[in-house]
Design a binder for this molecule. Structure first.
Ligand code: COA
Length: 216
């Protein structure tokens, strides 16, 4: 199903009204429902676990070989993190159906970036401020380019504010011509619109990303 608003028509009244909920043990089945959809791309096997672990070697002890095996392992790990209160995010719904999500959390919960050599010179110097990270977006292909990720970002910033705020960090892509699969950390323009400023270049390989921050 392609939303009519994606076809260049001006049927703004048909854009569904999005609602959002924080990830919790109660909303876990909704996240699972989203990740089980065939329309979500590579998230089906990742389950947004990548940023929860320090490195491949830490994560891939007794590494499963296939993506299907990783999907089983990652889903189990994600559910455990959720039940232990160690995974945060916002699920976006259209007509009660989960259609997208954005992962965030305190630095300790999403430590992977700390272990990148590109990050060392960009790490914040003010240790007193709590550091939050926004690491992943996933949107159902049928709802892309309809503002789901932007809605999720807004709700995430609200969630961080409600938890006391601090310094919020993201690593969005500066190039948007490589396809939506490369844009899972969001885009620079999304974060600019949300008041973030660029700190410096981060990913310089296959995906070109920058570190952006703002205080909430
Ligand atoms: C990237 C993604 C999250 C964007 O979600 P979305 O709901 O379509 O985004 P929005 O409609 O809120 O748009 C956000 C911004 O991105 C831009 N954008 C969205 N899709 C785009 C695309 N394919 N190409 C270029 N720009 C795009 C929009 O124009 C908008 O820019 P603006 O803020 O300057 O107006 C979505 O395409 C997606 O889920 N991709 C797959 C990610 C993935 O694989 N995740 C799992 C990794 S394991």
């Amino acid at each position: 199903m392609l939303g009519k608003w994606e076809l260049g028509e001006t049927l703004t009244s048909e854009i569904p009204e999005y609602t959002s909920k924080e990830l919790s043990a109660k909303t876990w089945p909704d996240l699972a429902r989203l990740f089980e959809k065939p329309e979500i791309g590579d998230a089906w096997w990742c389950w947004c676990t990548h940023h929860h672990v320090e490195s491949y070697s830490a994560h891939e002890n007794a590494q499963p070989r296939t993506r299907a095996e990783r999907a089983v392992r990652n889903r189990r790990q994600k559910e455990k993190l959720v039940r232990n209160g160690r995974a945060h995010g916002v699920i976006v719904y259209a007509n009660q159906e989960p259609v997208g999500w954005c992962q965030y959390g305190p630095r300790e919960e999403l430590p992977r970036i700390d272990h990148s050599s590109n990050y060392r010179n960009l790490a914040p110097t003010d240790e007193k401020k709590k550091l939050w990270r926004i690491t992943c977006f996933v949107v159902d292909k049928n709802y892309r380019k309809g503002g789901v990720a932007s809605t999720a970002l807004k709700a995430v910033l609200e969630g961080i504010r409600n938890k006391g705020g601090g310094l919020v960090e993201a690593i969005p892509v500066s190039r948007t011509d490589q396809g939506s699969g490369y844009m899972y950390t969001g885009t620079v323009s999304m974060f600019q619109k949300a008041g973030f400023k660029t700190v410096g270049p981060f990913g310089t390989g296959r995906t070109t990303t920058v570190v952006m921050r703002r205080t909430i």
